[in-house]
Design a protein around this ligand. Structure first.
Ligand code: SAM
Length: 293
């Protein structure tokens, strides 16, 4: 059941018609999607291996490494040796956007600030062809173990793992790029057929933590360095409002994400940012690209 207050929040942010579309988007069953781990294999080999076990896939126009496995369920995919060997990673299409926008390059020193379970850490590493020096930080011990497992299984051998509260990292550190895939209410990914633990308090607390983490990220970034802020929330109080409050009082500025780069169902969002609408293919998701002046 979607809580009543969320309807109000969505109507306040988007108006009645779009709010209803978002609610419809929550209810649809999305196909399983996966990312080819190019550190270990390539798309053609994965497509062939899946075809051999009767799983057909569709490609995605904006990302060669993304596949949509229509008709397959997660459990079936998890039993495949492709999965066990870390040649594929089950990941929502929306969540593949943040590493693509950050565009990691070999030789760069990159912080993945809130990293577990590691889908984006390993994607960043693969996108840099294993050449970026990535530090993946995670505060929660159990989730950190999952991050460690995934990083190993995906063969992201040079990732430096840090069990720490990112808000307390030493200000002495400086990074070329930072991914802040922030903890959030999850309001983009709700499934009304399951119990929903969402409250106004959780949303308020998320927004406070997001501001704290974003301020810290700007401190840890080199001058001229680049940052991606993303959440799996569609609420303005966790996205646009967080950016406005932090960027107005810091030396960060938004860099527009070109509209034509990704062909996606979008919701209105601050100029230059990207908010994906929940649909039959996508989870709700927000991405902003920021430069430190
Ligand atoms: N980027 C991850 C991925 O793609 O697999 C998902 C990250 S999830 C949205 C946010 C993570 O931030 C959670 O694992 C949470 O435990 C962690 N977290 C929350 N507060 C943190 C903090 N202060 N420092 C570091 N990690 C934190």
């Amino acid at each position: 059941m979607i809580p009543q207050f969320l309807n109000r929040f969505l109507e306040r942010d988007y108006g009645k018609v779009l709010a209803e579309e978002i609610l419809r988007g929550y209810s649809v069953r999305r196909p399983v999607t996966l990312r080819v781990n190019t550190l270990k294999t390539d798309g053609q080999r994965v497509v062939s291996a899946l075809a051999e076990v009767g799983i057909g896939v569709r490609r995605v126009s904006w990302y060669d490494d993304a596949l949509i496995a229509d008709g397959a369920d997660e459990e079936t995919l998890r039993r495949l040796s492709l999965y066990k060997k870390g040649e594929i990673y089950l990941q929502s299409l929306s969540s593949m956007l943040s590493p693509l926008v950050l565009d990691p390059q070999s030789g760069e020193n990159i912080l993945d600030m809130t990293a577990a379970p590691g889908g984006k850490t390993t994607q960043l590493y693969a996108l840099s062809h294993g050449g970026a020096q990535i530090t993946a930080c995670e505060k929660d011990k159990i989730r950190f173990e999952r991050l460690k497992f995934n990083v190993q299984r995906q063969g992201a051998s040079r990732v430096n793992l840090l069990l720490a509260d990112a808000t307390k990292l030493d200000d002495f550190f400086r990074f070329d790029k930072i991914l802040l895939d922030a903890p959030c209410s999850g309001s983009g990914t709700l499934d009304p057929s399951r119990p929903i633990a969402l409250s106004q308090k959780l949303i308020e607390n998320s927004a406070q933590l997001q501001k704290k983490l974003l301020k810290k990220a700007l401190t840890l970034l080199k001058r001229g360095g680049l940052l991606v802020y993303s959440t799996c929330s569609v609420l303005n109080c966790e996205n646009g409002d967080v950016l406005r409050e932090v960027l107005d009082s810091s030396d960060g500025e938004l860099i527009p994400i070109p509209e034509e780069r990704f062909s996606l169902p979008r919701l209105p969002s601050p100029k230059g940012t990207l908010c994906v609408a929940p649909t039959e293919l996508y989870e709700g998701f927000f991405v902003a690209h920021i430069r430190k002046k």
